[in-house]
Design a protein around this ligand. Structure first.
Ligand code: 4AD
Ligand code: MG
Length: 486
């Protein structure tokens, strides 16, 4: 153990450790960044381990003026001293400082994260420094806890984690919103006789893209390991500049052999509730902070735009209540007869069965009509991906979307078409090249079985759990149209 100048043994602790009652009256060392320094005497130090700061009390007469001058918001310090019961209000313990080392200063003239309120937009431009604010540190700790909870849930329940490829030759969702991966000379690409780009000369000898979903590959593993999940980066080149879309996001995709759609819905509901419960139990202080942040933010909004419940109550509400399960057909009836439809307040009016639901419709169902999370299922085949299992009616598929208040769609999933002939027909009708999917079709030739899965957008979950309003604020470095800084 290192000795300090007086020859006393100093053990290094995190702020979180120091704030637990175990180290009172010990000689301690802590590293962190200055949050505030007031009255030439009180340093609030934070190292990211917790939302709370440790107060360090300095006897300024004992220190060199030049050293004290460097103690500004944002400076990195190493502080040693005795941990004592605090005399002041607002904290239970504090450090009586005996030694200060400045790792690095932060000139207040230029350091952008000053102890005042910064807008989220401003902080987005400073994404490399924003984690030093309470809000972003809290969000990122909750994000970390949720991702641990995801793995814990699946590992505890007998699922295997599969790493599906990031570079792929297939478009799982068939939406064509992909980022190309190529090493061809983009100024002078090789051309075929017809004047098209000749991908046979590209790195992989074919056209390849960043994955939009690991599902198709996950299906192959479910048909051998039984229960699997992926949790990885996903890329979509959709030009959606909304508060719910990212070009690079993280998706969790479980896939289970022998599960039908009902079992799939049960799994999704149980999974979401358990990870939210994990956050409620393990991120109490951060959630309390984020709840207060939201209340403060909403003070300036008209009553109608404010959240119906404070954050923690909302999370408990979701984890305690059964999600409402409704067919697409029932939902269309509700929407068709709804006030905003009749009064033409929806941007996209619902008149016919078969219409794709827009987020305004999803949010009406969840926030105004049912007032709880909703699972919509049995969608028209026409508006869903090729791999979903056709129902007996010949026009709907075994699809399900989970809709959340304030978020809209958080999960999309389905029972997969396991019958070779029907899948082939569908692929042909959609003009998909059968040869590209030879391996996917093999699953239907050898030991095919009922199976199901879903995809949960991780950032949408973090958005919900933190009460934030924009998906750009729940991922460290958001990738959106016209924006790939950092
Ligand atoms: O509904 P999606 O497109 O479903 C699939 O990709 C299926 N292959 C999943 C499966 O069955 N294994 O996407 C699933 C979820 C959406 O519900 C949404 O939460 C999220 O992924 N998502 C996005 N999140 C952020 N930005 C985007 N651009 C997103 N696109 C989808
Ligand atoms: Mg979807």
């Amino acid at each position: 153990m290192p000795l300090n100048l007086q020859g006393i043994q100093m053990k290094t602790f995190s702020v979180k450790e120091l704030l637990s009652p175990d180290h009172l009256h010990q000689e301690v060392t802590v590293n962190g960044w200055v949050k505030t320094y007031r009255s030439n005497r009180f340093i609030a130090l934070n190292d990211g381990s917790t939302i709370n700061n440790i107060q360090c009390v300095v006897d300024f007469e004992e220190y060199d003026e030049n050293l004290l001058k460097q103690i500004n918001t944002g400076a990195a310090l190493k502080i040693s001293g005795t941990l004592v019961e605090s005399q002041g209000k607002g904290q239970s313990v504090e450090i009586q400082v005996k030694e200060i080392k400045v790792h690095g200063g932060a000139d207040p003239e230029v350091y952008p994260i000053q102890p005042k309120k910064h807008s989220l937009e401003f902080l987005r431009e400073k994404a490399h420094l924003r984690v030093r604010t309470n809000t972003f540190a809290a969000i990122m700790r909750v994000r970390s806890a949720l991702s641990f909870a995801v793995h814990q849930y699946f590992q505890k329940n007998g699922f295997f984690y599969v790493h599906t490829p990031i570079i792929t030759g297939s478009d799982a969702e068939g939406a064509g919103e992909m980022f190309r991966v190529s090493t061809l000379d983009n100024k002078k690409p090789p051309l075929t006789e017809d004047g098209e780009i000749d991908y046979r000369e590209d790195f992989f000898g074919k056209e390849t893209n960043l994955t939009v979903s690991g599902q198709l590959e996950a299906e192959t593993y479910a048909m051998g390991l039984g229960k699997v999940y992926t949790f990885g980066p996903t890329f979509r080149a959709e030009n959606s500049n909304t508060s719910r879309h990212l070009a690079e996001f993280w998706m969790i995709e479980p896939e289970v052999a022998f599960n039908d759609l009902d079992a799939n819905m049960d799994l999704a509901e149980d999974f979401i509730k358990e990870v939210i419960n994990y956050a409620l139990e393990n991120c109490k202080e951060d959630l309390q902070f984020l709840e207060q942040r939201l209340l403060d933010e909403e003070k300036s909004k008209p009553q109608a735009e404010r959240s119906e419940m404070p954050l923690i109550e909302k999370l408990k509400f979701v984890s305690d209540n059964t999600f409402k399960r409704v067919t697409y057909t029932e939902a269309i009836d509700i929407l068709r007869n709804s006030k905003p439809n009749k009064k033409k307040q929806f941007k996209y009016l619902i008149d016919e069965w078969g219409a794709d639901l827009q987020s305004e419709h999803e949010r009406f169902l969840v926030e105004k009509h049912f007032k709880c999370p909703v699972i919509l299922f049995d969608y028209p085949a026409k508006i869903k991906a090729f791999y979903m299992r056709l129902n007996e009616d010949g026009k709907t598929v075994r699809a399900m979307d989970i809709l959340f208040p304030g978020i809209g769609e958080i999960v999309g999933g389905s029972q997969r078409e396991e019958r070779l002939d029907i899948l082939l027909e569908k692929i042909k009708a959609l003009g998909i090249d059968e040869k590209e999917l030879w391996w996917y079709l093999d699953l239907r030739k050898f030991g095919t079985a009922v199976h199901s899965g879903f995809g949960l957008g991780f950032e949408r979950l973090v958005l919900f759990a933190t009460g934030m309003g924009n998906i750009r604020d729940v991922i460290p470095f958001p990738r959106t149209p016209q924006n790939a800084e950092f």
